[in-house]
Ligand binder design. Structure first.
Ligand SMILES: [Zn+2]
Length: 338
């Protein structure tokens, strides 16, 4: 049996998944270990190798059945998997600077390795759940978490870009001033931009911009006396239960997404728009309301484009590993291994 592995190397955890050439996932749920990336490449690559063996045992297959590996990590990294020479939040050890993690892993395992950044891997997973691995369709995915990740898939292939920054959708500017109800708001992103998608649609945006803006308008609100970062994490649950201010925060975020997706519709004319991440880990009724609000926030579409489907991305916590596995499956197919 030919199998490919997906490995999602995050800041705190490392996740594995295995997928057969028939596109069947061989591990249900998560095969997760604490990540050792802080200890540098040597220890980290050894951990990946050890973990792969555990995953193979779990799926009851010999290690030799694994013909290709898909790796994804947080960026910044080049499209081919060379980590930034300046280092990054998740790869602080000095030996990581400029390290080619894709090549390093390929040499360690003696198997071909494909590379994606975590946002693009998540986007590929979302795309796969709708169109499968052999698709020729185009989709745009956004994943709303602490920040905002995502990716663009054109004709079935991830847009990685010249320097690996393809699909950095969080830092695309949106005309947020046109959203009703936020006069005078100044959404500032960590990247320095004012009013990009992440500055409006992320957990960080709720903490830094929305709570300070909205709490004074709702005197006596129970979140006023809660620590800001803790309060930000409570907003989604409270919005789901119908709290007025929290709903208003999510309405504004949904309208921001609507403005952004309108830009994507006009740029790519995609087959699907996909939204995932922690913001939508809520009741089905809330998801439906949120997607409806996204549509309300979109400027009027051309008649031919008005019915473009908007999907909710499934399996948030395994999306990276699964997307990385799909990329490895494509690599295995093009190189005749599966
Ligand atoms: Zn930004």
């Amino acid at each position: 049996m030919e199998v490919v592995a997906g490995i999602d190397l995050g800041g705190t955890a490392i996740n594995y998944t295995l997928i057969s050439r028939e596109e069947k996932f061989l591990i249900e749920g998560l095969c997760e270990h604490p990540a050792l990336s802080k200890q540098g490449p040597e220890i980290c690559l050894q951990q990946i190798e050890d973990g792969l063996k555990i995953a193979a045992d779990l799926a009851q297959i010999p290690l030799t059945d694994i013909v290709a590996i898909g790796l994804d990590t947080p960026g910044p990294a080049s499209a081919a998997g060379q980590l930034s020479a300046k280092g990054s939040t998740n790869f602080v050890h000095a030996d990581w600077a400029g390290f080619d993690i894709r090549e390093g892993l390929a040499r360690k395992l003696g198997k071909p390795v494909s590379y994606l950044n975590d946002g693009n891997a998540g986007a590929l997973w979302g795309h796969f759940t709708i169109f499968g691995a052999n698709s020729k369709e185009t989709s745009v995915s956004i994943v709303i978490g602490t920040g905002l990740g995502g990716g663009v898939i054109i004709d079935g292939n991830v847009v990685k870009g010249r320097k690996g920054f393809g699909g950095e959708l969080g830092h695309v500017l949106i005309p947020y001033q046109s959203i009703p109800g936020i006069e005078g708001m100044k959404p500032q992103c960590n990247c320095g931009r004012l009013g990009d998608l992440e500055s409006v649609c992320s957990l960080t945006a709720i903490e830094k911009t929305f709570l300070p803006y909205f709490l004074p308008k709702y005197p006596g609100h129970e979140l006023a006396n809660v620590d800001r970062s803790k309060a930000a994490k409570m907003v989604r649950g409270m919005a789901d239960r119908g709290d007025k201010m929290c709903r208003e925060i999510f309405r504004v975020q949904a309208h921001g997404i609507g403005l952004f997706l309108d830009e994507m519709v006009n740029t790519f004319d995609p087959d699907a728009l996909i939204i995932g991440g922690g913001a939508l880990e809520a009741s089905e009724a809330f998801q439906k309301w949120f997607i409806d609000q996204v549509r309300v926030g979109m400027p009027t579409q051309r008649e031919e484009q008005a019915d473009i489907p908007i999907y909710v991305m499934p399996n948030g916590d395994t999306a990276g590993a699964r997307g990385a596995a799909i990329e490895a499956l494509k690599l295995a197919r093009t190189s005749g291994l599966a």
